[in-house]
Every structure is written in structure tokens, then in C-alpha cells.
Write a protein that binds this ligand. Structure first.
Ligand code: FHN
Length: 594
């Protein structure tokens, strides 16, 4: 009997026999903040994890029928439009004879990672474990043995937490809707999504009950119309019902705003946001959990042609940047079909491990910087502020304006050499060595009393009375307008309902010239903008500056600020017909008229 038929019999028997009843229906989204904080504690302590994308796609490794296939390696079935009948024979070629789970776990541990997320099933539907629900799994390969169990054992033996990625989207399952548009052989078959959800749940039960306790169920592939918010909430509760302490990412539901990864406003299931291939330019309020996932080159699944490796320095700095904003870094490797990890990945993980060996305390267990804006990334713990210095400042010093805590001492974290601290006008300044000892990221440990705090410097007038309102400090209203760190601007202004707002303090009223620093591509020029200061409005037309990255300062008109106090300025607009966006806005400046 084919295994899939046996599987069906077993599932029927088990349900009939009550061996594995459905978990009790409970709404786990209604937990208290304390319960949630307790459940997220290990995740927030970890800060750094390993992502592993591994499966049949490692066999073609980015080539099909002798041709290089563009895009990320694990999408080859889609990008090369491979019918299931032609893709399935890869099962017979997948034989990771050199798989060494203990070595994989050691590499992750030595890199300073605290958890491992591996693809149990990616979009192609192939399962890395011996599932009772299908024969499209590791048991049908020449290798024949479960890949997940030995890795779970090795990860836990290294004191790390085991987690699974699981794709909702499934290009092989006859009941997943929609069927792959490119697979003409399957045209005419009527999928049944409800039946697919039963399959999905049955496999998740296997993963959570047979490999637990797990740290995270990392869902993905939630974006197609067949996956609904209702299904997302139901699946979140189902998985939490199987293991109440498990963490489930926000891709279980429909709230995710694309690669930005955080949820749109609204009530969506999922315990944390999942920015992908990007780092949010700013942190998030206390209690908002998030994790940036990123590849080391450009592909998640192994691709022999992808040699665009990020440098170890870049990866170390990304880790510090993410931690300084209170997030986790989930860094990916794409093992080869033979079970080995690409040497370039090993090299980078080893370099990160060297850095983490002496600086790990500035990452693990830290929380976000207390400073609204500082030229350095900072992380903090009670009693210590860690300043991450990437490049030596021209004045050779680290100034900490706004730090509320008295500085007791400062030292280089690596090696402990003491550093001179001077305090002038309430600002602590730390003298750096003539040459930074670590070109990647030199960490200065600043000892203070209590948890480091900084005064949130409200926006206000400078010594010359001018008011500089930067994109970084804008309050963004809407779902697509966002701050782009690359250009230090507000961008993706594609939705006319989106707008930006600044609230600032005025101590010296008067008449002010308003000017905006903007960029707009020639083909998108012609939109209209409106600056609004309470009941005063300044309207104007967006002119071309030649490119989205070519900024120019343009006059917008004059405002009268008649009295001191708190004021609020809004910028709205309507993009031109067929324009990509309204404009990129770097700042608004109000300059007093002499
Ligand atoms: O389509 C997947 C992709 O293959 C990869 O798994 C990434 C990793 O987060 N997630 C999806 C793209 O957003």
C-alpha cells in the first residue's frame, strides 16, 4: 500500500481512536501582557538565531535544464515553471550523505546564536521529516532518514532552542488553492482548501508533538487569497493549543505589511513582526517584538551561482543595529544537497562568533537604545549602556547628550581597558583610543546606576530660532509611507491618504519661511502638496529634481507662529496621475524671518 494511503488510514484510525484529539479550542490571542512577556522572554534574550533553508531545491541549486534560473533558489519550481511531474523526481536525487547536524549546531552556537529555525516544509511542499500524511518526504529519498530529529537533538545539546519554519503555501498538494498556474498537467483539478487545512494541521501536529518543545513556529507563504484572517487566527490557536508556550510569528495571519514585516493596524494573530531583508530604520515601542530575517548572499535556498556574499563586518554591524532597535537577527544559511554548508557561510559565522565571544553581552539580553537619535547604535542592560562604535568619530570621542544617568565609568568591552570620561554641561563624553581596536564594531561599556535612560529631546527651535523637522522624527500616518534609512527620507508615498506630522515646541514666536528638502523623479513630478500648521496652509506643486535620490530644497511659503507653545505641522499631498509616488521628503525647515 502506498504510504500516503497508509497515512490516510492511520489518520482516520487515530481520529477514530481518539489518540490525537483536536487541541481544546481556546483563544490564545487574549493572553495578559504578563503572560505574553513571560512567553517572549527567551526570544528577547536570544537576539540572534540561525535560519536554514534546505530541501529539494538544493539539488538544481539555481539551474534547470542547463539554464541558470533567476531569483531565489528555493523558488526554482515557480521561476522555472517546473511541473510537479518533472520536479518530483528530485526526491530520488536528494541524498545529503554529508549531513552533520552536530556540526551545524556547533557552528551556530559558536557564532553566538541562541536558536535555530529550519524549513520543515517550504513552498514546494517537500517535507524534511518522515510524515504520516504524505510520501513526498525524506523517507522517499535515497537518504531515507529524518533530517529534523538529529538536528533538534544537536541544537538542544548545545543549549539552543529548536524552531521550525513551515510554509502555508504548498505547490504540490492537490488541495492547496490555487494550483500552480504553470502546471498544465494539473489543470481542471478542483482543490479543496478546507481539506488542505486539515493536512496542514495534521503535519503541524506531528512537528509540534513529536519534536517539541519548540521555540517558534515560523509560518510563511500566507499571502495568497485562499489564506484568510479567519484561517490565520484558527491556526495560531491550533498551534498554541498543541504547545501553549510556543511563539508563532505574524505570518500565520494576514497582518504583515510585505517585506517591512510588521503588522498593519488592526487585530491580527502572531507574536512578532518579521521584516525581511531589511532592518526597520527605527525601533518600536516596548512590547512590540520583531525579528529581521536576512540572507548572507541573495538567496535563501542554495544557489551555486550566487556569490554576492555580505561581508562579515556588514553582518556584525547589522546584528548591532538590529539589537540597538530591540529586535532579533535571524541570519540564513542555504545548505547544499550533499548536506554541507557553503564555506562562505561558515567563514562569516566564524567571524561573527569571534566578535560575539568578546562582545556577546552587548547583544544577548539587551534592550533598545534609550536615545531617540544618536550617531551610535546603543544597547542597554540595567547598570550598563553599550555604545557600538563602527567608525571613529572625527573628534575621537563619544558624547551622550540626554543621558539621564550619572556615568560611573567607561571601558572597552573587549579587554576592559578603562576610558576617560568628561562631563560638561551635563553631557558625558568618553575619549576613544587613537585607533579603534575592532574595525567591525568597537563596544564601549558605560557603567551607570540603574537602567540607562535618556531625555527624549522634543523637537524644538535651534539657537538661531529655526525648526528642523526631519524625516526620521516624523510621525507617519498610513500604511505605505515609510522612513527610508538609505536616503534619510520619507518615501513610498504612493497612497494619497498617507501623511506626515511633526509636533514641536516654540519658545520664540514669529514669521517663518518654510522650506522642504525633496526629491522627485521626472516621470512622477506634478503632484500637489499641502503644508498645514493648525489653520494655515501652504499649497504647492511637486517639481522634478531629476531623480528619487536627487534632493533639492524648495521654498513652500511663510507661516506665522503667533505664540510660544506646542505646534503641529502636517504634510499631505496627492500624487500626479500615473506617478510612482508623490515625492521623497527629507525634511521641512522653518526659518525665522529677520
Ligand atoms: O517566499 C519565501 C522565501 O522563499 C523565503 O522563505 C523568505 C524567508 O523569509 N520568505 C518568503 C518570501 O517573503
Amino acid at each position: 500500500m502506498k504510504k500516503s494511503f497508509i497515512g490516510a488510514v492511520l489518520v482516520a484510525a487515530s481520529v477514530a481512536g481518539g489518540v490525537r484529539a483536536e487541541p481544546a479550542a481556546k483563544d490564545y490571542t487574549k493572553e495578559t501582557p504578563q503572560e505574553r512577556a513571560a512567553r517572549m522572554a527567551w526570544f528577547n534574550e536570544a537576539r540572534f538565531g540561525l535560519f536554514i533553508h534546505w530541501g529539494l531545491y538544493a539539488v538544481p541549486a539555481g539551474e534547470w535544464n542547463g539554464k541558470a534560473i533567476g531569483g531565489i533558489g528555493e523558488w526554482i519550481m515557480n521561476h522555472a515553471k517546473i511541473p510537479l511531474a518533472e520536479y518530483r523526481p528530485l526526491v530520488q536525487q536528494f541524498n545529503p550523505a554529508k549531513y552533520a547536524p552536530a556540526e551545524w549546531a556547533r557552528v551556530a552556537k559558536n557564532a553566538g546564536m541562541r536558536y535555530v529555525v529550519i524549513t520543515s516544509k517550504h513552498h514546494d511542499g517537500f517535507c524534511l521529516w518522515d510524515s504520516k500524511e504524505t510520501a513526498y518526504d525524506i523517507a522517499s529519498t535515497p537518504y531515507g532518514r529524518d533530517l529534523l530529529r538529529p538536528l533538534a537533538d544537536a541544537v538542544r545539546a548545545e543549549g539552543m532552542t529548536m524552531c521550525f519554519y513551515h510554509s502555508i503555501m504548498d505547490w504540490q498538494h492537490p488541495n492547496y488553492e490555487p494550483l500552480p498556474s504553470w502546471d498544465k498537467a494539473r489543470e481542471g483539478h478542483q482543490p479543496d482548501m478546507s481539506a488542505y487545512v486539515k493536512y496542514l494541521k495534521a503535519q503541524l501536529r506531528e512537528l509540534v508533538q513529536d519534536y517539541g518543545p519548540l521555540g517558534i513556529l515560523w509560518f510563511d507563504g500566507e499571502w495568497e487569497a485562499s489564506w484568510t484572517h479567519e484561517r490565520g487566527v484558527d491556526l495560531y490557536n491550533y498551534v498554541r493549543g498543541l504547545q501553549p508556550s510556543i511563539i508563532v510569528n505574524n505570518r500565520v495571519d494576514k497582518g504583515r505589511k510585505g517585506m517591512v514585516g510588521m503588522n498593519a493596524e488592526g487585530d491580527f494573530a502572531g507574536d512578532y513582526g518579521t521584516p525581511e531583508q531589511e532592518i526597520p530604520p527605527r525601533g518600536f515601542p516596548e512590547g512590540v517584538h520583531w525579528e529581521s530575517c536576512m540572507t548572507m548572499n541573495d538567496t535563501w535556498g542554495y544557489k551555486k551561482s550566487d556569490a554576492k556574499w555580505k561581508s562579515s563586518q556588514d553582518l556584525i554591524r547589522k546584528l548591532a543595529d538590529i539589537a540597538s532597535k530591540g529586535g532579533n537577527f535571524l541570519l540564513n544559511i542555504g545548505p547544499k544537497a550533499d548536506g554541507t554548508i557553503p564555506a562562505e557561510s561558515i567563514e562569516r559565522l566564524a567571524a561573527m562568533g569571534e566578535w560575539m565571544k568578546v562582545n556577546g553581552e552587548s547583544i544577548h539580553g539587551t534592550t533598545a537604545t534609550p536615545f531617540p537619535r544618536l550617531p551610535f547604535r546603543c544597547t542597554k542592560k540595567p547598570g550598563v549602556l553599550y555604545v557600538h562604535v563602527f567608525d571613529r568619530p572625527a573628534d575621537g570621542a563619544v558624547a551622550l547628550p540626554g543621558l539621564k544617568n550619572a556615568v560611573k565609568s567607561a571601558r572597552l568591552l573587549a579587554g576592559g581597558a578603562p576610558l576617560k570620561v568628561a562631563v560638561k554641561d551635563g553631557v558625558a563624553t568618553i575619549a576613544l583610543p587613537a585607533a579603534l581596536p575592532d574595525a567591525n564594531d568597537t563596544v564601549v561599556a558605560v557603567e551607570v546606576d540603574g537602567l540607562p535612560e535618556a531625555a527624549a529631546a522634543p523637537l524644538g527651535q535651534g539657537p538661531d530660532g529655526s525648526i528642523e523637522l526631519s524625516a526620521f522624527d516624523a510621525k507617519i500616518h498610513g500604511s505605505t509611507l515609510k522612513y527610508e534609512e538609505s536616503g534619510d527620507n520619507l518615501g513610498f508615498w504612493t497612497n494619497d491618504r498617507d501623511w506626515a506630522e511633526w509636533t514641536f515646541k516654540v519658545t520664540k514666536p514669529g514669521t517663518f519661511d518654510a522650506a522642504m528638502t525633496v526629491a522627485c523623479d521626472g516621470k512622477s513630478a506634478g503632484g500637489v502638496y499641502q503644508l498645514k500648521l493648525v489653520d494655515q496652509v501652504l499649497d504647492g506643486k511637486v517639481e522634478s529634481t531629476g531623480a528619487w535620490t536627487k534632493f533639492k530644497t524648495v521654498s513652500a511659503g511663510r507661516f506665522i507662529i503667533a505664540e510660544p507653545g506646542e505646534w503641529s505641522l502636517g504634510v499631505r499631498g496627492r500624487k500626479a496621475e500615473k506617478a510612482e509616488g508623490l515625492m521623497n521628503l527629507r525634511s521641512v525647515k522653518l526659518t525665522p524671518v529677520k
